[in-house]
Design a protein around this ligand. Structure first.
Ligand SMILES: O=c1ccn([C@@H]2O[C@H](COP(=O)(O)O)[C@@H](O)[C@H]2O)c(=O)[nH]1
Length: 224
């Protein structure tokens, strides 16, 4: 089985990001490039990281009207990302158009509820109910829109997996026992997320802020 860990390269400097990816390359299965990286380095930065030969996950969390999101998907075709994210709360039509505009080799997955939010945060956005139910509802919408899967926390992935058997599930918010959680609120260990059905495990700070990133990546790999 291939390594499900995708390293979130949330670093402002391109050289430092490249050097880190090269160091941990043998202990990860792919690289996630998010808003911080893409806003700073754009297509050029993606090409630089893609030279390493690992699958690229563009975590752009697109959220706009359908026409605009479809245009953005077409603009990133050329980068041949393995995975791209959109926000499920953008609605069914937006997700359908995003999927239609994506390249054949690209999985489009919908962010349900950010792992940095809990039940209280959800209520503050005007959504009544629990995170768990909200995630399941948005997963159903993403499936109906023809997406490949969703992004959710490790708290929900087992339930989502039961309702969407062949879905592709991306789980961030992962921490080992000795990691600080920072701004994340719905966290589990990488092992628990994998056992509960995660397809991709997104790990950022536990590796990219570690004193020894290679040792940290190896330690996570050893638990899987
Ligand atoms: O719900 C979400 C969606 C995306 N992310 C992204 O994953 C990484 C997690 O980084 P850590 O340092 O391991 O907390 C980061 O790039 C987020 O943008 C998420 O955390 N939660």
């Amino acid at each position: 089985m291939s390594n499900p860990v995708y390293l979130a390269l949330d670093l402002p400097q391109l050289d430092a990001a490249k050097a880190l990816a090269e160091r941990v390359r043998a202990h990860i299965g792919g690289i996630k490039l998010g808003l911080e990286f893409f806003c700073a380095h754009g297509h050029h930065g993606v090409h630089e990281i893609a030279h390493l030969g690992l699958p690229i996950f563009l975590d752009l969390k697109l959220h706009d009207i359908p026409n605009t999101v479809a245009g953005a998907m077409q603009a990133i075709h050329v980068l041949e990302p393995a995975i791209v994210t959109v926000h499920a709360s953008g609605g069914r039509a937006m997700m359908e158009d995003a999927k239609a505009a994506a390249g054949n080799g690209t999985r489009v997955v919908a962010v349900t509820m950010l792992t940095s939010m809990d039940d209280r945060d959800l209520v503050q956005t005007g959504v009544a109910g629990k995170a768990h139910d909200h995630v399941l509802r948005l997963a159903e919408l993403a499936q109906a829109a023809g997406l490949d899967g969703i992004v959710c926390s490790g708290h929900e992935v087992a339930a989502v997996h039961r309702q969407w058997k062949d879905g592709f599930f991306v789980v961030p918010g992962l921490r080992m026992a000795d990691n600080g959680i920072g701004d994340q609120k719905r966290v589990v260990t990488p092992r628990r997320a994998r056992d509960d059905g995660a397809s991709v495990l997104v790990v950022g700070r536990p590796i990219n802020r570690a004193d020894d990133p290679v040792a940290a990546a190896r330690a996570i790999e050893a638990t899987l």
